[in-house]
Design a protein around this ligand. Structure first.
Ligand code: NDP
Length: 313
C-alpha cells in the first residue's frame, strides 16, 4: 500500500489572499496545493473596475486581475483543484482536511476562504433570491434594463453598486437605515450627485412582494413606523456587508462573535501552530484586495518559517 502524500502547504481559497499565499509558497519551493473553492477568484470576480490595486494605472476589471494573478501563480508550479474545504481535524499533525471530493494531509494550512455577501434574512427575500433578489449587482444588474430597482445598504459597496446599477435601471432607490451613508466621501458624492439614484434615509426593507418574481417591496420609515408598498420596484439588491467563510474551522480555531478567525498580533498565525488565516476570513476592518494580498504573503512566509523551524523545509 502506498503511503498517503503529505502536502507542505495547502491553501483554501483563490482570491487575492489565497493566490498571493500560493505565489510566495511556490517561489519558496513548497509546491503548494490550492483548493480554489466553489467561486474561484473570490469576490473580485463579481466586481467591475478595480481602481485601487496598485500597479494598474488605468484600473483593471476584477476578473481580469484575478486571471492574471492566477497565471502568475501557475507559472511557479502551483497545483489548483476546484473544490472546497468541508472540515478539518487540527488535533493531529500532519493535519487532516476533507474536501467535497476526498481528503488529504497537510503540514501547514493557509485559510483564505474569504467572506460571502449577507442577506437580511426576510423569508420572501430569501425565497426570491435569483428571481429578482440579488446580492451581486455586477452579476445581475443587466437583467433590470429600464426598470426601477431598490438597493439596501449605505457603505462603499452600496455606493459603488448603486452607481453601477444606473447603467441598466431607469431608477435606483437606495434604502439607508440611518440618516447618513457609511461610504467614503468620494463614493457618497458620486451617489448623491447621480440623478438616477434616489436616496431614502431612515428607511428599511420590511418585505419583498411577489410570488415567482419581485413585484414590489414593502419599506418601513423607521422614524414613524409607517410601511408603504412600492410596486414599481422589480429588482432588489443587497449590499449590507459580508459573513466570513469560516464554518469548517470555527470548532477548532479561535474566532470572534461574527465568525472572523482570530490571528496573533502582527501575524497570520491562528491558535493552532501551523495553521494560518489571511484575507477577509480574518479581516473585518480593511477588507481590501491589497490588504488580503498582503496578509496572504504573510501567511506563506510564516508557513515557510514554521516548516523550517521544524526541519520540514
Ligand atoms: P460595510 O460594513 O462598510 O457597510 C454595510 C452597510 O450596510 C452599512 O451602511 C450598514 O448600515 C448597512 N447595513 C448593515 N446591516 C443592515 C441591515 N440589516 N439593514 C440595513 N442596512 C444594513 O460593508 P461594505 O460591503 O459596503 O464594505 C465593506 C468594506 O469594503 C469596507 O471597508 C469598504 O470601505 C470596502 N469597500 C471598498 C470599496 C472601494 O474602495 N472601491 C468598494 C466596496 C467596499 P450602517 O451604516 O447603519 O451600519
Amino acid at each position: 500500500m502506498s503511503e498517503e502524500k503529505v502536502e507542505n502547504v495547502v491553501v483554501f481559497g483563490s482570491g487575492p489572499a489565497g493566490l498571493t499565499a500560493a505565489l510566495y509558497a511556490a517561489r519558496a519551493n513548497l509546491e503548494p496545493l490550492v483548493y480554489e473553492g466553489v467561486e474561484p477568484g473570490g469576490q473580485l470576480m463579481t466586481t467591475t473596475e478595480v481602481e485601487n490595486f496598485p500597479g494598474h494605472e488605468d484600473g483593471i476589471m476584477g476578473p481580469d486581475l484575478m486571471d492574471v494573478m492566477k497565471k502568475q501563480v501557475a507559472r511557479f508550479g502551483t497545483r489548483f483543484i476546484l473544490d472546497e474545504c468541508t472540515s478539518v481535524d487540527l488535533s493531529q499533525w500532519p493535519f487532516r482536511y476533507t474536501v467535497s471530493q476526498g481528503s488529504g494531509l497537510a503540514k501547514t494550512i493557509i485559510i483564505a476562504t474569504g467572506a460571502t455577501a449577507r442577506y437580511l434574512g426576510l423569508p420572501n427575500e430569501l425565497r426570491l433570491r435569483g428571481h429578482g433578489v440579488s446580492a451581486c449587482a455586477t452579476c445581475d444588474g443587466f437583467f433590470f434594463r429600464g426598470m426601477e430597482i431598490a438597493l439596501v445598504g449605505g457603505g462603499d459597496s452600496a455606493a459603488e453598486e448603486a452607481s453601477f446599477l444606473t447603467r441598466f435601471a431607469s431608477k435606483v432607490h437606495l434604502l439607508v437605515r440611518r440618516d447618513k451613508l457609511r461610504a467614503s466621501r468620494i463614493m457618497q458624492q458620486r451617489v448623491l450627485s447621480n440623478e438616477k439614484i434616489s436616496v431614502h434615509w431612515n428607511t428599511e426593507l420590511a418585505d419583498v412582494l411577489g410570488q415567482n418574481e419581485v413585484e414590489g417591496i414593502r419599506v418601513r420609515d423607521n422614524q414613524t413606523g409607517v410601511e408603504t408598498d412600492w410596486t414599481q420596484i422589480k429588482g432588489l439588491f443587497l449590499a449590507i456587508g459580508h459573513k466570513p467563510n469560516s464554518d469548517p474551522f470555527v470548532g477548532q480555531l479561535d474566532h470572534d462573535e461574527l465568525g472572523y478567525l482570530l490571528t496573533a498580533a502582527d501575524s497570520t498565525a491562528t491558535n493552532v501552530p501551523g495553521v494560518f488565516a489571511c484575507g477577509d476570513v480574518q479581516d473585518k476592518t480593511f477588507r481590501q484586495a491589497i490588504t488580503a494580498a498582503g496578509t496572504g504573503c504573510m501567511s506563506a512566509l510564516e508557513a515557510e518559517r514554521w516548516l523550517e523551524a521544524r526541519g520540514e523545509h
